[in-house]
Design a protein around this ligand. Structure first.
Ligand code: GLY
Length: 255
C-alpha cells in the first residue's frame, strides 16, 4: 500500500515563515480548496491519504514533508531549523511509529525534510538556513548501517534542496542549475532544466507513474512532456505564497 500523510491548512497560514519571498495575503478558503485538490491528486496516484486535522497554532503545519524523512528501513524524525515549526513534529511522529522503526535528529542538529533528496542509496542533503552540519552528520550516522551514502550540498539562494532539484522519474531530475550545480547529480542520473523564466519550477512530486506538479509553470511543464514525464497539474498558488511546494505538502511511502 502507498500512504501519503498530509495535514490540512492551518487557519493561521498567513503567519507562516518566509525566507526568500515577500509576504502576500493568502486566501485561506482557496488554499483549503487547493489542498483538497492536491490530496485528490495523491489519491489518483494510488495513495491512501492520511489527512491530519488543521492545527491553528502552527501556521506552517500543512508542509508536513519537513517533519520526517521515511526510508524503507527507518523513519527519521526531523528537527526543523525554524523554531516555530518544531511543535509540528509529535503528530507526524505518532503516525509514522505505526509503520517504521524510528530515529530522531536531536539538538544541536537541525534538519528539514525538504532538504533531503534520495536517489537510490544516495542521499543528498541541503545545508541551508534550515539544515545544519550536525543535522547532516546525525542523518548520516542513522543511515550508514543501512548502506546509504550521504552527500552535503551547500545552498544559498533557495529555501530547501528540493526547491532546487527533485526527481521526476526513477533516473531523471528536474533542476534549477542556478541554485544547485547539476554536475553534483549527473554522474547518477539525467536532468531536465527548468525554464529560465520559471526559477521556482524545480519542485515536483513523483508518485508512482506520474508527477504532481504546479499548473503555474507551463514552459517547464512542456519540457517535462518532451522528456516523457506524465504530469498531473495542480493549482497551488496560495500554498506557494507560503513558500511551500508540492513535495512539502505530503510524506509519501510504501508499506
Ligand atoms: N513557509 C514554509 C517554511 O518556511 O517552512
Amino acid at each position: 500500500m502507498r500512504i501519503a500523510i498530509t495535514r490540512q491548512v492551518s487557519p493561521n497560514i498567513n503567519q507562516c515563515e518566509l525566507t526568500h519571498i515577500e509576504r502576500q495575503p493568502i486566501d485561506y478558503d482557496l488554499a483549503v480548496a487547493q489542498h483538497a485538490a492536491y490530496e485528490n491528486a495523491l489519491r489518483k496516484a494510488g495513495c491512501e491519504v492520511f489527512s491530519l486535522p488543521p492545527e491553528p497554532a502552527f501556521p506552517d503545519s500543512v508542509f508536513v514533508e519537513d517533519a520526517a524523512v521515511v526510508f524503507d528501513e527507518v523513519a527519521v524524525i526531523a528537527r526543523p531549523g525554524a523554531e516555530s515549526r518544531r511543535s509540528e513534529i509529535p503528530a507526524i511522529s505518532e503516525v509514522l511509529a505505526a509503520h517504521r522503526p524510528m530515529a530522531q535528529i536531536v539538538a544541536p542538529g537541525e534538519l528539514d525534510g525538504g532538504d533531503v533528496l534520495v536517489i537510490g542509496r544516495k542521499v543528498f542533503v541541503g545545508l541551508s538556513k534550515r539544515t545544519n552540519l550536525p543535522g547532516f552528520q546525525q542523518l548520516s550516522e542513522i543511515l550508514r548501517p543501512f548502506g546509504y551514502y550521504t552527500l552535503p550540498i551547500p545552498l544559498e539562494d533557495c529555501l530547501h534542496l528540493k526547491s532546487a532539484v527533485t526527481r521526476v522519474a526513477p533516473n531523471l531530475l528536474l533542476i534549477n542549475g542556478k541554485w544547485v550545480d547539476p554536475g553534483t547529480f549527473l554522474s547518477f542520473v539525467r536532468a531536465v532544466e527548468v525554464d529560465r523564466d520559471e526559477p521556482l519550477a524545480a519542485n515536483a512530486l513523483l508518485v508512482g507513474d506520474r508527477v504532481i506538479y504546479p499548473a503555474s509553470y507551463p514552459m517547464t511543464t512542456h519540457r517535462l512532456h518532451l522528456s516523457g514525464v506524465r504530469v498531473e497539474p495542480v493549482d497551488v498558488s496560495e500554498l506557494s505564497k507560503a513558500e511551500g511546494g508540492v513535495t512539502c505538502c505530503s510524506i509519501v511511502f510504501e508499506t
